[in-house]
Design a binder for this molecule. Sequence first.
Ligand code: FES
Length: 201
Amino acid sequence: MGNKFQNFAEEDLQPKSFEFNNENVKKANEFIKIYPQNYKESSIMPLLTLAQTQCGGWLPKKAIEYIANFLGVSEMKVLELATFYSMYNLSPIGKTHIEVCTTTPCMLRGSDNIVKLCKNKLNLNVGESTEDGLFSLIEVECLGACVNAPVAKIGDHYYEDLNEENFDKIIENIKNNKKLYKGSQILRKGSEPYKGKPIKI
Ligand code: FES
């Protein structure tokens, strides 16, 4: 399920250098301490996440090189992980990055309609950003919240029990800078049986 964000950005977008800021150097060293010294590769993923956050949601080539040097591992090992997981982006994403799960439980509960809604409402295809850079959209594999399918991740948060109506409102609220209600959109607590009425968002 490849998307353009899993391909390296054009050269003119690539920064000339990258290094962790002071805060992230400290955090990176804390991560390294968690794992045995002879398993430095174990820290690659948290360091990729730090770098991606520092770079505004994507990983330039220089960040991959920097992490390899920081840990003393080969660039290929870092690249293998950065290209395997859809949560790492190798080119710039939209300000609001929408990841819709389309694996079987979500698909059976209507994730295709959520993808279609995004495409029509935002006028973009999966793997693309809107021209104004405000939104980008990808399909992802299971987000691990199947009990509340269908599910989408927007930024760092999950939105669950989606349907076209509530997801349309979520997009509208993002456009209008309104507060979003995270988690189950039908007010389910965890994965308890649904008892209440759909909430207004
Ligand atoms: S299948 Fe969508 S969250 Fe698991």
